[in-house]
Design a protein around this ligand. Structure first.
Ligand code: CP3
Length: 343
């Protein structure tokens, strides 16, 4: 019998030792990643090379033995597949041509699947090469977060350009979100069919929205993706990560129906245990800066999280991605400490 502990947690079970993986676990803090990245040339060529994408997905599993691997790709392959020509400029992050209202009306979500065939090939290879007990996660960006990059053309501190666009062009904005919902359903279903065991939806910019846009741009589109994926794969396991959603997390969990909720490091531990864990598995929420700090602060933070959450369904993770300055020795220490708990 295959026993994937992270899947057990997504089914509502409590594991005595929680499964652990880290957001951005394949990345620049690893010398082997930097070497493969140099070999690939630019970042998107790495994402679209099935052999190299498989290699970097497996690197953190070989080095650390995490309980889950996450597909090496990026949330911006969807706009790239929609023909928005995404570039990754070293040291500057992603760049796109800001989309105009007219261009939004011409987007065709059915185009993405053909464009992303190298990603699906990687998904099959990765599942084949992973240890049987390792869970394999696919992912996509949430429509709101992907839309922020398509509208501004680059990252911004609080996504004011996209928030303003949503008010200036409400119908066109809705069309963009609808297109991304459709593309995301196709994309996640195909990842699950090609070998992913579960998927995570990253809404990294959920925390910059007022009540009205939270509902129409973040929560409801994610709920439609969850329902759309499950219409084709009824028992699909889905993790939501609405970063910064704070006081809206309970509402997010009940409306979207996700199997686990990713929590950033600002979420109070006791509150999440009492308000969320009876309804949904928790995932998180160590502050990523602790992996750049020192052993004492790291140990204390791990112990606080374990004391609060390890008696219910729980996946240990960071509250956001590991930084390129993350310390590999501290990552080993984190895993050893979490695995020293046996309930
Ligand atoms: O977690 C993993 O190991 C899987 C791979 C993964 C990447 N990006 C690889 C990546 C995942 C799940 C993502 C998600 C992603 N991408 C998000 C949502 C999660 C989050 O971090 O908030 C967002 C907002 C993006 C968009 C994006 N991609 C930005 C803003 C950047 C530049 C910032 C940076 O760290 O350089 C990227 C590039 C990127 N995506 C890198 C990696 C490993 C670094 C690129 C490089 O190697 O040069």
């Amino acid at each position: 019998m295959i026993n994937r502990r992270l899947i057990n947690v997504l089914n509502g079970q409590t594991e005595k030792t929680p499964p652990i993986w880290l957001m951005r676990q394949a990345g620049r803090y690893l010398p082997e990643y930097r070497a493969t990245r140099a070999q690939a040339g630019d970042f998107l060529s790495l994402c679209y090379n099935p052999d190299l994408a498989t290699e970097v997905t497996l690197q953190p599993i070989r080095r650390f033995g995490f309980d889950a691997a996450i597909l090496f790709s990026d949330i911006l392959v969807i706009p790239d597949g929609l023909g928005r020509s995404v570039r990754f400029v070293q040291g500057e992050g992603p760049q796109l041509d800001p989309i105009s209202p007219e261009e939004i009306m011409d987007l065709d979500p059915s185009k993405v699947i053909d464009h992303l065939s190298p990603v699906f090939e990687a998904v099959g290879k990765i599942r084949h090469e992973l240890p049987e007990e390792t869970t394999f996660l696919g992912f996509c960006g949430a429509p709101w977060t992907v839309a922020t990059y398509m509208i501004a053309g680059h990252g911004t501190p609080d996504q004011a350009p996209a928030r303003l666009f949503a008010r200036k062009h409400p119908e066109v904005f809705e069309a963009l979100i609808n297109c991304l919902v459709e593309a995301s359903i196709l994309y996640l279903v195909k990842q699950l069919q090609c070998g992913a065991d579960a998927v995570q939806i990253f809404d990294s910019w959920a925390g910059v929205l007022d009540d009205a846009l939270y509902v129409t741009a973040s929560r409801d589109p994610i709920a439609r993706i969850v329902a759309g994926v499950r219409a084709q794969i009824p028992d699909a396991k889905i993790i939501g990560f609405p970063k910064g959603a704070g006081m809206r997390l309970e509402d997010f969990v009940s409306v979207t129906g996700v199997n686990a909720i990713g929590l950033d490091w600002t979420v109070p531990l006791d509150w999440a245990r009492d308000a969320l864990q009876p309804k949904v598995a928790l995932q998180g929420n160590l502050d990523p800066t602790l992996l750049m700090s020192d052993e004492r602060h790291l140990d204390e933070a791990i112990d606080r999280i374990m004391a609060a959450w390890s008696n219910g369904p729980f996946i240990f993770n960071l509250g956001h991605g590991i930084s390129p300055q993350g310390d590999i020795n501290l990552v080993h220490r984190l895993i050893d400490r979490v695995r020293s708990y046996h309930g």
